[in-house]
Ligand binder design. Structure first.
Ligand code: GLC
Length: 528
């Protein structure tokens, strides 16, 4: 069955790049990254092979949660520049064929947002019901986390994440208290329209779509997410009537629900509900931030883990996509420890080879393509342990790392000066991680059998090393072999064809021979 989704054909071949604007490039020399900085580095992102960018929040914010505490959805935060700079970003990206996904935070605002300033007033006004309030300050939150006794209004407000992020009110899947309303109540039309207005505003300006923050958090008491899915189906449906090619990417981590039922085009398989994802890279995360400490992850030399946990989760979700869209798997993001944690370049190359050959849409977190490290920096902007994954992009070596012309001590976040972990050093080195990532992206683009809609067949057991799988689109057939465990590994390999890429691996007299952590991407067919 062919998909009815008009963005399906585009997305199946796409690779996205995530930019945390505070730390990508400082265009005006004040020590903090900005939108004009992103504009001046678009050519780099294009050259890497990306098709689109997910930009973390750039709206007016108190920055007590990295911009996820929005004060005004229609204003650009002055640290990033102006509304004109955003317009220029859309224009310049468009010239290069890059799509921009903005970060939409629909579940909560900053406590300084004008809607909340109105809502917390004692007197009834149009914003009184925009947020979730109990009916007096002495009642409990009925299972919701609430902030008590700090407002003029006689009620406690529910929070969605941190205490200064009051939850917007989209209603409840079932009513347990008199102050709660069923999510289908017509009064919620006001907040629905508000969110749709924001989306349409930015789509009309040139955004290609949105990464939607905490997408399953809108309707409360919705344990399986089914009501949130119904709500999104309606919201996305309304926006797509006007903008049929708008792209919606959810932070939900349950693709069979979000893509298969809610109508998102992509959902991340990530650390949230994260067993499958964490089992790949982060089961032993050292720096907190949503890593399940303990068990070793698969992509680590010497690890006893297999790929069963990942593929069980992946195939379960993939079966429910309903041909509407795809699973997105990121190398990392601003909430978790970096991929490089405890990994050598060879281990990272093997992880990239895997991510870029799966039937999913890859997202590369800025800096992961050069192996940037999680730095031990103090909390900034409510990042806490996450701050270490949000440090400035390393463009060159030196004290400024090519990030800004400001004095290093004026840098908003400290930068690592590393002679090898920077773009300039790796661009000029054919054996670098960056060169490897670029090559893998190029291969993916040129081989329809590697796109997100093509088949995957696992050829070995999940515990076996080397681990082999086949990708095919009915015309081409590729075999991918991984030795994520390091050391020497051999296996009979009587295939005919062409080696497209390899690392620490050779094909010799009908045998695959690994010498350390590595991978092989092999195109089946007569040898050319
Ligand atoms: C998402 C964001 C995270 C933020 C949280 C609250 O998980 O990725 O950075 O803190 O939502 O908005």
């Amino acid at each position: 069955m062919r998909s009815k989704n008009p963005t399906y054909e585009y997305l199946k071949k796409s690779v996205f790049y995530q930019v945390y604007p505070t730390s990508f490039y400082d265009g005006n020399g004040d020590g903090v990254g900005d939108l004009s900085g992103v504009v001046s580095k678009l050519a780099y992102i294009k050259d890497l092979g990306a098709d689109g960018i997910w930009l973390n929040p750039c709206f007016l914010s108190e920055f007590r949660d990295g911009g996820y505490d929005v004060v005004d959805y229609y204003k650009i935060d002055p640290r990033f520049g102006t509304d004109g700079d955003l317009g220029r970003l859309f224009e310049e990206a468009d010239k290069l064929g890059l799509k921009i996904l903005l970060d939409l935070v629909p579940g909560h605002t900053s406590e300084k947002c004008e809607w909340f300033l109105q809502s917390k007033k004692a007197g009834k006004n149009p914003y009184s019901d925009y947020y979730i309030w109990t009916d007096n300050v002495f009642n409990d939150g009925a299972g919701l986390r609430t902030v008590n006794g700090v407002c003029e209004r006689d009620g406690n407000y529910a929070v969605n994440f941190f205490a200064m992020q009051p939850a917007l009110n989209f209603g409840f899947a079932e009513v347990r208290r008199p102050w709660q309303k069923l999510w289908t109540d017509p009064s919620f039309e006001a907040i629905h329209s508000e969110i749709i207005r924001i989306m349409e505003h930015y789509l009309s300006r040139g955004a290609a779509g949105f990464r939607v923050d905490m997408a399953s958090s809108l309707i409360k008491y919705d344990a399986d997410g089914a009501k949130n899915a119904e709500l999104w189906q309606m919201l996305i449906g309304r926006v797509k009537q006007k903008y049929p090619r708008a792209i919606f990417v959810s932070e939900w981590s349950q693709p069979e629900m979000s893509v298969g039922r809610a109508g998102f085009d992509i959902d991340f398989l990530i650390h949230v509900r994260g067993e499958a994802y964490n089992s790949l890279f982060r089961a032993e995360a050292e720096h907190g931030a949503w890593g399940a400490a303990g068990a070793p992850s698969y992509f680590r030399a010497g690890s006893p883990a297999g790929l069963g946990t990942f593929f069980d989760g992946f195939f379960h979700e993939a079966a429910g996509l309903n041909d509407n869209g795809f699973i997105g798997i990121p190398t990392g993001n601003h909430d978790i420890e970096r991929l490089s944690a405890g990994r050598t370049a060879d281990e990272m190359k093997t992880a990239f080879a895997f991510l870029l050959t799966l039937p999913s849409v890859p997202f590369i977190y800025y800096g992961d393509e050069i192996g940037m490290r999680h730095l031990p920096v103090p909390n900034k902007d409510g990042g806490y342990s996450r701050t270490g994954s949000r440090t400035p992009m390393q463009w060159t070596d030196g004290k400024r790392a090519g990030f800004s012309t400001a004095k290093p001590k004026e840098f908003y976040l400290p930068v690592e000066n590393d002679p090898l972990v920077n773009v300039r050093a790796q661009e000029n080195d054919g054996g670098s991680l960056l060169s490897c990532v670029k090559k893998l992206i190029q291969i993916r683009k040129g081989e329809p059998a590697l796109w997100a809609d093509a088949e995957i067949k696992i050829l070995t057991k999940y515990m076996e090393t080397p681990f082999l799988y086949e990708r095919t689109d009915g015309k081409g057939k590729l075999v991918i072999a991984l030795n994520a465990k390091g050391g020497k590994a051999r296996r009979a390999f009587p295939c005919k064809g062409t080696v497209l890429a390899k690392n620490n691996c050779r094909v010799e007299a009908g045998e695959l021979c690994f010498d350390g952590c590595g991978f092989l991407i092999f195109k089946a067919g007569e040898k050319q």
